[in-house]
Structure formats: structure tokens, C-alpha cells
Write a protein that binds this ligand. Sequence first.
Ligand code: ATP
Length: 366
Amino acid sequence: MSGLVLKNVNKIYPGGQQSVKDFSLEIRDREFLILVGPAGCGKSALLRMIGGLDEISSGSLFIDGKDMTDADPKDRNIAMLFKNSVLYPGMTVEDNLSFALRMGKMAQEEIDRRIREISGYLKLSDILDKKPEELTGEETYRALLGRAMMRRPGILLLDSTIADLEESLQKVMRKEFKDIHKKMDMTVIYVTDNQETALALGTRMVVMNEGSICQDGTPEELAAHPANCFVGGVVGRSPMNFFLMKVFSEGGRIGLQGASGRMLVPEAVGAVLENNGYVGKEVITGVRAEDVCLSRASEDGQDGHFSARFQSMTGDGTMLRFQAEDADGICQAEGRTDFRENEKIYLFVDAEKIYLFDKDTEKNIL
Ligand SMILES: Nc1ncnc2c1ncn2[C@@H]1O[C@H](COP(=O)(O)OP(=O)(O)OP(=O)(O)O)[C@@H](O)[C@H]1O
């Protein structure tokens, strides 16, 4: 059993800077939780406090119902793998795996048993005799993970640890994480600034910004109903564009007027806007790149069609960047790559797929 509860946790440094603000979260035993947030939002600070490497300035931490706020790191049953973790130089992978347990005087038989088990899970058997400098990036990562798991921690903290691997390896490792987590009886907190991992693992995700939780849920829930613009921009299969548009009412229908086009919204959406007093006001309209299509319309002014100017293709050629009257954006290229810079293009936005946020609070209106 290794559930974890954080209650109103704060981290304030001697200079007065605060990295974690009133952070409360409950993580169930054996849960795999992904903590996503931009650089500097306090993810590592939070992990360091959970692991006992840094003091909790105020608030409390419970592990399995026991108050561990001030407990010694070695009493927390937690293993950590940080961005800058390295294997002990000069030692083989096997020695790296066994070192801490040998120092703790564990019986060699038990150490050997664990090495066999973990080597099996992490495919280390063929590299047990190798030294760190002989390992590839992926092998190093597997060995580091194995070393962290040798003590059979109840909780494993992983800090952006696969971010430095090549993209193809990251994919492999994400899949393996899922398998390893199933086999090992562990609660895992995985910190990353990359939502891809959370989407790939499909597990619970907490989005963090400026030291606080923005939203908590599955990646699908967060993508479908982001609590605010920030989460909308962070979570989802394609980037979200944001446009400022004015809500209008015309002939009993509600619509949105932007600088380069307009669209009527579905009746249910219109009702929410009307009932909440948004008619005549500006709202932030969020549209995912995958929901903006190149339009064949050749005239401005058609409902749902927006004029823009082509800027550039994305590196993989699947999306294009455009400049609308009031904002830059990104949309599907649909195989078209033959635009000239600044050429006029037409975009179609599916009104069924839009997100609407309050201009002042940036909170989701729908
Ligand atoms: N010892 C410290 N003293 C003062 N400020 C600190 C200290 N450690 C971290 N910070 C600040 O706290 C904030 C959060 O840092 P933290 O490393 O937790 O962010 P992060 O989300 O993990 O970012 P990254 O993904 O880049 O590691 C940052 O603004 C950082 O500069």
C-alpha cells in the first residue's frame, strides 16, 4: 500500500520565491499519475518535497495514511529518478543495481533474485556486465530505472527522465512504462513538460502551472473539456488556436464575429452564451488545428469561413501556419504544400468543435 496525500503544500525559498502554492492532491495506491506543466512551474520542487530532498515549507504529506511531512527520505519508501541521474561510473550495470542493497547488508541471494526479476522486466540481462560508458541512451535509461526499482519502492518518482531520449525511443519507453507499472506493485508519479506521454499512457493527468493545479483528470477529459485556456493550450492531440471574437445575436441565432470571418454557433452553445450575458461581449474562441480545414470558398463572408494569409509549413508538412487579421494560427494542410508566402487562403472552422473561454478569467464557458 502506497497511497499519497498532499494537503495545502507550499514551497517558499529563503529569498521569498514560491514554487509550489497550496497544492492538494490525493494519489491512490498503485496509481500512475502524470504531472504535466511548463518549465519552471514547480514540478521538480513538488517531487523533491515528496521524496524528502527538500523541506515542505507548509502543509502536509501523508503516505499510507501516515504523516510523513518531516520524515527522513529513507523512511518514505520512495525511489526517485531525476533528469540528471547518472549510473555510478566504473561499475557494471549489475553492480549499479546491487550497490545500495549490498551497502544495506541485504542477503546476496535476495539481491540476485531481484536482479533477475528486474532484468527480466527491463531487458537488462544482456547488459549486466557492461559499464556505463558502453551503454546506449536507452540502455542507460533502463539501467537507471532498474536501479531505482531494486529497493522495491512503494512509490517511484520520475522527473522528465525520458525527455532526452530520441522521439522513437520515447515511444518505446512509454509503452514499456505501462507494462512495467502493471507488473510492479508501485505508485508512480511521472513528471513531464510533454503531454505526449500522458496521452500515450492514457492515465490520470494533473496539469500544473505557476505552482498550482489547473486541472485533474484523464487526458481525454482534459482535452474535451479544458478548465481554462492554459489547459486547452497544453492538452490535446493538436495545438489549440485562440481568437478573440464578439458574440452577436441575429434572427434568433447566436454567432461569433471575428476580424476575418464569422460563424453561427450550435443552438445549445448559443443558449449558454445568451443565458450568461455574453451577447455583445468578446470571448476567446479556441479551435484545435485538427478542426480548422482549408476551405474551397473563394469569397469572404460565408458562415464559418475565415480569410487568412499563408505563412509556412510545419516541419513534418502536415500542418500550416497562417496569419489571420488578429492572430497567428495553425491548421491542417490536407496535402496542400504549394502555397506562396503571404498568399490568401480560406479556412473553415467547424462550429461544433470550438471551445469558448471568458476573456477576463480565461475559464471555460461551456
Ligand atoms: N533553491 C531555489 N531557490 C529559489 N528558487 C528556486 C529554487 N529551486 C527552484 N526555484 C524556482 O522555483 C520555480 C520552480 O522550479 P522547478 O525546478 O520546480 O520547476 P519545474 O517545473 O520542475 O521546471 P523544469 O521542467 O524546467 O525542471 C522556478 O521558478 C525555479 O527557479
